[in-house]
Each structure stands twice: as structure tokens, then as C-alpha cells.
Design a protein around this ligand. Structure first.
Ligand code: ADP
Ligand code: K
Length: 446
């Protein structure tokens, strides 16, 4: 255990700590963040109404749309010059969601990641092969500093270039790998293709997150890579990865939420009413200690349940597997995607009609997105295209090819994901009964 005092703190003391922290937090954001002053006033809640953690349900929620409205720094409690780092996550439109940290916030981030890695089986002196993406996403750097804090040697590989990853795993004999579950499967597959086995590498633990996964994926990865595979969960708005972590010796019983920093609730996805332990609903977090950009009751849209029952070694609450989303956010190769981000790119194109659809499939082990979008009638006329044109081997058109490439590049540049792009004639994307377009067709689990 990285921090036994806190990780085994008796529940009563944990509640006391959470209560003190919540009271401070509410007073602080009421004073420093106009959004929260207005929001509390509008809901008729005064900071005085919050005397303990049991009063938390009186507070209004914070949603991703609020972050968009306050873009970029409206939620800051302190001047920009006091920031130590800024990260971004996917927003619902062209503008990302911004999250900011003080030096102290970064220390807490590293602390919870160190706790998480230790719970996953990692020990000081081991090497961590970090295949989480580095950059604006919180994943790569977040895990990196946490592993250093635990006393590990970090190899900052980032994602991609699987051949090189395998060489490094073989040559450096790292004991721990951190990546998305689907990337762990990709590495295992490439290993086998090369005629290598788990005996050629030295992995003992895999810390996997950023996308939902199942027990059969776990089995597959454990068998092929020779590891104990555990779940790491987090989101940028709350901190980043390391909000919760499954213990390697308590697999399948849920992931410990480090609730001295992140207070979780499960609420009904329609009414927002708090639900009892064990019931499934939307996971909501209050960041009890964050300085730069704390959030009250942040609505994650992740669906899961909470429980204390299975907790053994530590006192903190556990969350079950993420069962889905209450919104239509997609997770593509660990990266969050809203269809509205793609829609945002289309806005600048006169050639297109506003009808589009994202079709998500698995190509081998990797998520694959095809964007289908209709060209508009005026453009089709201008190009003398038949109104039922079909692009295939026997029919191509210079302007359509050009438009396809331009759109693809534009989407890649603004969303950060490569996608297939298929232009369709106006009116040719099927609509559902009420004439409404089904924006997302996710075929990954069929
Ligand atoms: P991260 O890089 O840690 O994934 P993001 O802010 O980009 O952080 O994405 C957060 C979202 O990713 C979560 O709200 C959740 O939907 C999904 N996610 C992260 N970790 C997991 C996990 N272990 N299992 C299922 N979904 C996850
Ligand atoms: K994610």
C-alpha cells in the first residue's frame, strides 16, 4: 500500500475528513467562482446549509455544458499565474474541455496514481512501460508522475508504433505496462505474430483503463501477456486516471475510489436523485481537495454502482465496472468522442448537407469510425453528379475525392482521430421512423 494511513482510515474518520473538506470547498467556490455563486443562489442553497458530507445532495450538479460555457478559465479559483499545468479533454464541440492544476493539485494527482499503481501490484524499483498517450490528455503524463512518485523507472513510450513497443518490452524487461485494454490486446497479437510468447517479455502487471472492458478481455490479456490485469479509472474533469483503481489481489470486486479526494455519489440518470449503494446510475464526483478548478457534484455520465461490501484491505468505497454512458459520448481507442465534434467540422463546408452518421466497428482489435455524410443538391448539380451516385471502383469523381481527403484531414486535425469518410448523395442516409437521423451506429459488440 502506498499510503496505508489514508487507505485504511476508518470510515468514521474518513467521513469527518470529507465533511471538513466539503465545507471548506463550498465556501471557497461560493466566494471565488461566480458560476457557483450564481448556481447556489439560483438553487436557494447557502454555504451555511452545508455542514457535513451528508448535506452534499443539497448542492446543484456541475455538467460538461457548464465547462463549455465557462471556457477556458471561468471555473478557476485563483489567478492564471498560479497554475502549474493545463490539460484538455474532448468537448462536445470544437472547443475542448479545459482542466487546470496548481502545483499542489499535481502532487495530489501523483499521490492517487502512486496509490493506484501500488494497488495494481507495482512496486518501487519496477519499470513501467507507459503506453498511455502523452500530450494534452491527462493519461500519459498523469501515470508518468505517479509512477515516479512510487519510485518506479518510467519508460514514456506513449501510444502507437507497436513494433518498437515490443522491442522495448523485450529489451528492458519492464514488469508493468499501462495502456488501454484494446492496446494490450494489440500488443499481445503482434507478439504472437512475431513468433514470440510471454516468456520473451517480463510483464507481471497491466494497468488498463480509458475505455470500458470486460472479464473475457481480462482473461485474454492475462493469458497472452502473463500479467495480472487491473482496472484504472478516471476522467480529466475530476483529475485524470487514478480516481479509482482495482486491487490486483481483489480482482473482480470493483475499483477503490480514493474518496479522501474524490467523493462519489450515484444518482438517477433522469431525476438526479441519490440512489442507494448497489444500484446503478450516473456517477457523480465532488473534488474535495482540488485547488485550481474544483467541481461540486460533477456529472460524469458514466453508469455504474458503488459498494462497500467487498472492500477488504482498504476502507475506501468501490465502484463496479462502467456499464455504459448516460449520454452519447463514444470512446474510440481510449479517446472520448462526441458526434457533435465531427458535426462542427462540417459547418464550414458548403458542399455538404447537414445529414451525417458515425458508424463504429472493430477492425481486428481496433475501433474504427466511418463518417457518412451527404453532399448537398447544389454541389451535386454543380459537379453534374447523378442524384444516386455511388462511389466505388467503377465510379470516381475528382471533386469528391478531393473533398473526401480534405474532410478527413480536417477531422483528424480538429478531433484527433483518423476516420474513414464516405460521401453519400443527398437524402441517401436512411432516417429512422420519425424522420430523425440516428447519428451513431455502434456495431462493436455485435
Ligand atoms: P482518461 O484519459 O483517463 O480516459 P478522459 O477524461 O479522456 O480521461 O476520459 C474519461 C472517460 O473515459 C470516463 O468518463 C469514462 O467514460 C472513460 N473511462 C476512463 N477509464 C475507464 C475505465 N477504466 N473503464 C471504463 N471507462 C473508462
Ligand atoms: K477516455
Amino acid at each position: 500500500m502506498y499510503n496505508p494511513t489514508i487507505e485504511t482510515l476508518p470510515i468514521k474518520e474518513l467521513r469527518k475528513l470529507q465533511s471538513e473538506r466539503l465545507v471548506n470547498l463550498v465556501n471557497k467556490v461560493y466566494e471565488k467562482v461566480p458560476f457557483y455563486k450564481n448556481s447556489l443562489d439560483r438553487h436557494g442553497v447557502s454555504p451555511k446549509d452545508i455542514q457535513s458530507i451528508n448535506d452534499i445532495h443539497k448542492l446543484p450538479f456541475t455538467k460538461k455544458t457548464d465547462l463549455r460555457d465557462q471556457y477556458p478559465f471561468g471555473f478557476l479559483t485563483l489567478p492564471e499565474k498560479d497554475l502549474a499545468r493545463i490539460h484538455c479533454s474532448s468537448g462536445t464541440t470544437g472547443k475542448p474541455t479545459v482542466v487546470a492544476y496548481t502545483k499542489n493539485d499535481l502532487d495530489v494527482f501523483s499521490e492517487v496514481v502512486a496509490r493506484s499503481l501500488a494497488a495494481a501490484g507495482a512496486q518501487p524499483g519496477m519499470k513501467m512501460h507507459n503506453s498511455y498517450g502523452y500530450g494534452l490528455f491527462t493519461g500519459g503524463i498523469g501515470l508518468h508522475y505517479g509512477a515516479e512518485k512510487l519510485g518506479m523507472g518510467v519508460i514514456p513510450v506513449s501510444g502507437g508504433m507497436t513494433d518498437r513497443q515490443i522491442n522495448l518490452l523485450k529489451d528492458f524487461q519492464s514488469e508493468v505496462i499501462c495502456c488501454t485494454p484494446s492496446y494490450a490486446q494489440t500488443i499481445a497479437y503482434e507478439l504472437e505474430k512475431r513468433g514470440m510468447t510471454k516468456e520473451d517479455i517480463n510483464l507481471k502487471y497491466a494497468v488498463l483503463g480509458a475505455e470500458p472492458w470486460t472479464d473475457s478481455i481480462r482473461q485474454d490479456i492475462e493469458n497472452s501477456l502473463g500479467v495480472k490485469a487491473t482496472n484504472i479509472y478516471g476522467l480529466s474533469e475530476v483529475m485524470g486516471p487514478g480516481v479509482s483503481q482495482e486491487a490486483y489481489d481483489e480482482q473482480g470486486t470493483g475499483s477503490y475510489i480514493w474518496e479522501d479526494h474524490f467523493y462519489p455519489e450515484i444518482v438517477d440518470k433522469h431525476t438526479g436523485e441519490p440512489l442507494p449503494y448497489g444500484e446503478e446510475g450516473v456517477l457523480v464526483f465532488t473534488t474535495l481537495t482540488k485547488e485550481a478548478m474544483p467541481f461540486l457534484r460533477y456529472w460524469t455520465n458514466d453508469i455504474c454502482s458503488l459498494s462497500y461490501e467487498e472492500s477488504k484491505s482498504r476502507t475506501h468505497i468501490k465502484m463496479g465496472q462502467i456499464k455504459g454512458r448516460a449520454d452519447d459520448m463514444l470512446i474510440i481507442r481510449g479517446v472520448n468522442l462526441f458526434h457533435t465534434q465531427v458535426e462542427d467540422v462540417f459547418k464550414d463546408y458548403e458542399e455538404l448537407a447537414p445529414n451525417y452518421q458515425l458508424v463504429v466497428t472493430k477492425e481486428g482489435l481496433m475501433d474504427c469510425v466511418e463518417v457518412r455524410v451527404e453532399t448537398c443538391e447544389a454541389f451535386q448539380k454543380e459537379c453534374r453528379l447523378p442524384s444516386d451516385y455511388e462511389l466505388n471502383e467503377s465510379f470516381s469523381h475528382e471533386k469528391l475525392t478531393f473533398l473526401t481527403k480534405k474532410l478527413q484531414k480536417n477531422i483528424k486535425d480538429s478531433v484527433g482521430l483518423s476516420m474513414k469518410l464516405s460521401l453519400k448523395p443527398y437524402g441517401k442516409i436512411p432516417k429512422s421512423e420519425g424522420g430523425k437521423m440516428q447519428r451513431i451506429i455502434d456495431l462493436r459488440n455485435t
